[in-house]
Structures are given as structure tokens and as C-alpha cells.
Design a protein around this ligand. Structure first.
Ligand code: M6R
Length: 369
């Protein structure tokens, strides 16, 4: 059932192109409109939304952090992302024009369920993004967009994450369309870019052997740091989470701009720093700043692993290893930049002799608060 792979996680990583394609399929009407699966909200309700909160845990929370960049850009609606376990305890300001987006692979994560119940009591509208048909979170929500990742067995989330990203993009585009604002014009172009993503993820998968090799050489590191800017920041957080879960190593993700405000003190001779670069074609300023951050960590002895776009000639002189991913629009880049980090974590864990599918102390679905 592992389809020839040593671990379900590896099989699930390999299934990502299909999972992304399946999540996109059937979401566009002939008129080019994006549809949700179950909508117990009118278009007028969606037009009335003046604030979005995304609530989720773990990997799903990281998908939400990426979503914020896309949703705010396309819809111009302020969007906050919050850990579900923190949300209701700080008495968030919610009303009927607030849209709460609950992201959960299992649909049964108790922290997320409690956050959504709190939102409903305050009369907010709730939209679920879930991989599990008929689970509690979609059942209790006003609207649902299902991810079509198929069953995810490994405790560490991989294909569910990529499909959560796709679902978030679709929600953002749907809101932009319904509200008819200026960015609605971009929707068609973004949809076409999204349709190209399964084959780009496939391309990434085909080039992972050097990443596995690198993983085998990182097994004895004491601590691994991940840095990124813009959507590369949540990708860094996700890379660090994968490594903690699977390899039981100290790993942390940072916004690269924060380094000099503290974390750079962690860097010692040989500390691996995984740097997620933005496209040099997109926001050149972000790219330049990442290169400076890379130079800063390298000057302190870091072993730099860069995840960069094909054709990025600026990074190689500053890095010990570069993993190239296909050219991708900035907002969609997490769909490709996350994949090498998943492969790296699985390989490091296997090198250290751990059970990649069933890490210690963790459950696939966390149904207690
Ligand atoms: O089922 P959910 O998406 O609600 O689960 C949320 C987290 O428990 C989950 O993403 C967890 O962080 C994974 N083990 C990450 O790999």
C-alpha cells in the first residue's frame, strides 16, 4: 500500500502533483467563475465581508499565513491569521461581516473546532477548508471548500499542505470575483498559473536526489535554521516544523529580516541555514534583501542551503548548496519551495533512524484541546 516507497510520507510527497491537480479540478465554471463546494452564504454575505480571520493549527496554520498574502492582495480585505488555540481566549472582535476561514486536513482538530464555535457564537460567517468530507469542521461551517488530497496517512502533513494552499488561493480568487473589485481582472491569469502548478511540482520532484544526499549529510547538525521573506517566511516555518516532527532536531523558522534582532546570535560555525529565496523577477527588493541576509549568516559561519528559482544567478556565489525550483509567480511559489524542505526533513529523519510516518509523541489528528 506504500506503493513501493519506504514510507507513506514519501508516497504522499510524490502524490502532490495529482493532489494539486485534483483540488483545482472542477472548481471553474464555464463562465470562468470559481465555485465552492457547499455555500450556505449568499454572494451578498461575501460582499459584506470586511475582515477575514484564518484559524488553524500546525501545518494548516502555515497554509493560512501564506493565504494572507494572496487574499489581501487580491481582495483588499484585511486578513489576520491566528493559531486556533489562541483565538478565542483573546476575545477577538467578530461580527456578521467577519469571515472566519478554518483550515483543517482532518476536520476534527479540537482547537480549530472550538475556534469556529466561538466565531459562530459571535455571528461571524465560517468557511471551512478541509480534506475530510462530512467531518465536524465542514459540517459546522457556513461554506466549505474541500481539498482533494486523498487520504494522508503519515503524521507529517505534506500533500494536504499543498492542497490547502490551492484552496486558499481559490477562496481569495472567489472573493475577488464576487466582490468585483479591480483585482478581479487578475483572476483569469492566476487561474492559468495555478493550472500550471502540478507539472511544476512534478519537475521539483524529479530533481530531489541531491536534496536527499544533502539530507544524509545534515543528520548530525545540532540545530537547523530556516529563513525566508514574504511567502517564503511561512515556508521557512513549515520546513522547520517538518524537521522538528520527524528528525527530533532543534529547528526554527524566522523572517529573514528578524535575524539581526536576535536569532543571528544562534549561528555558529557550520550551522545549517536553509534560505527560501523569492523570485528575482518578482520583487527584486525582497530578493536583494535575502541575498544580504545570506551574506550575513555566511559571514558568521553558516552552511547555506538556498532554495532559489531557476535562472537566479545571484545566489550561487553565496551558498554552499542551491536547490533550484521552476519559475513561479511570487504568491504561488510556496507550492514549489516547500517540496524540497519536506524531502530534506524525511531524509534527515531516516538517516537518524527514525520512523518517518509515526514520529514519537504525535498523533495524526489532535482531537483534544
Ligand atoms: O487536521 P489538521 O489540519 O487540523 O491538523 C493540524 C495540525 O495538527 C497538523 O497540521 C500538524 O501540525 C501536522 N502533524 C504537521 O505536519
Amino acid at each position: 500500500e506504500k506503493g513501493g516507497y519506504d514510507y507513506f510520507m514519501l508516497k504522499e510527497i510524490a502524490e502532490q502533483p495529482k493532489a494539486v491537480a485534483d483540488t483545482l479540478r472542477g472548481r471553474l465554471t464555464e463562465a470562468g467563475e470559481i465555485t465552492l463546494d457547499e455555500v450556505r452564504l449568499s454572494d451578498q454575505d461575501l460582499r459584506d465581508v470586511d475582515k477575514i480571520f484564518i484559524v488553524a493549527c500546525g501545518t494548516a496554520y502555515h497554509a493560512g499565513l501564506v493565504a494572507k498574502y494572496a487574499i489581501e492582495h487580491w481582495t483588499r480585505i484585511p486578513c489576520e491569521v491566528e493559531l486556533a488555540s489562541e483565538f478565542r481566549y483573546r476575545d477577538p472582535v467578530l461580527d456578521r461581516s467577519t469571515l472566519v476561514v478554518a483550515i483543517s486536513q482532518s476536520g476534527e482538530t479540537m482547537d480549530t473546532i472550538m475556534a469556529l464555535r466561538h466565531a459562530k457564537v459571535q455571528k461571524a460567517r465560517v468557511l471551512a477548508i478541509s480534506n475530510t468530507n462530512g467531518s465536524t469542521i465542514p459540517r459546522e461551517s457556513d461554506a466549505v471548500l474541500y481539498t482533494h488530497a486523498g487520504p494522508e496517512v503519515a503524521v507529517a502533513s505534506t500533500k494536504a499542505f499543498l492542497t490547502q494552499l490551492v484552496a486558499c488561493y481559490l477562496v481569495g480568487l472567489h472573493l475577488a470575483q464576487v466582490r468585483g473589485i479591480k483585482y478581479a481582472d487578475e483572476v483569469g491569469a492566476v487561474v492559468a498559473q495555478l493550472q500550471a502548478m502540478p507539472s511544476k511540482v512534478d519537475e521539483v520532484l524529479a530533481t530531489m536526489e541531491p536534496v536527499r544526499e544533502l539530507g544524509r549529510s545534515l543528520g548530525s547538525a545540532r540545530s537547523v535554521l530556516f529563513i525566508g521573506r514574504h511567502v517564503g517566511y511561512p515556508v521557512a516555518l513549515e520546513g522547520a516544523l517538518k524537521l522538528k516532527e520527524l528528525a527530533y532536531m532543534h529547528a526554527e523558522g524566522f523572517a529573514a529580516g528578524e535575524l539581526k534582532h536576535g536569532p543571528i546570535a544562534l549561528i555558529d560555525d557550520g550551522t545549517p541555514v536553509i534560505c527560501v529565496l523569492p523570485s528575482p523577477r518578482g520583487r527584486a527588493v525582497l530578493h536583494d534583501k535575502m541575498i544580504s541576509n545570506i551574506q550575513e549568516v555566511r559571514a558568521r559561519g553558516a552552511r547555506v542551503v538556498a532554495i532559489a528559482e531557476e535562472g537566479d544567478t545571484a545566489v550561487a556565489p553565496h551558498a554552499d548548496h542551491v536547490v533550484y525550483v521552476p519559475r513561479t509567480p511570487t504568491l504561488l511559489a510556496p507550492l514549489v519551495t516547500t517540496v524540497p524542505l519536506q524531502v530534506l526533513a524525511a531524509e534527515i529523519a531516516a538517516t537518524r533512524g527514525h520512523d518517518v510516518d509515526q514520529p514519537r509523541n504525535l498523533a495524526k489528528s489532535v482531537t483534544v484541546e
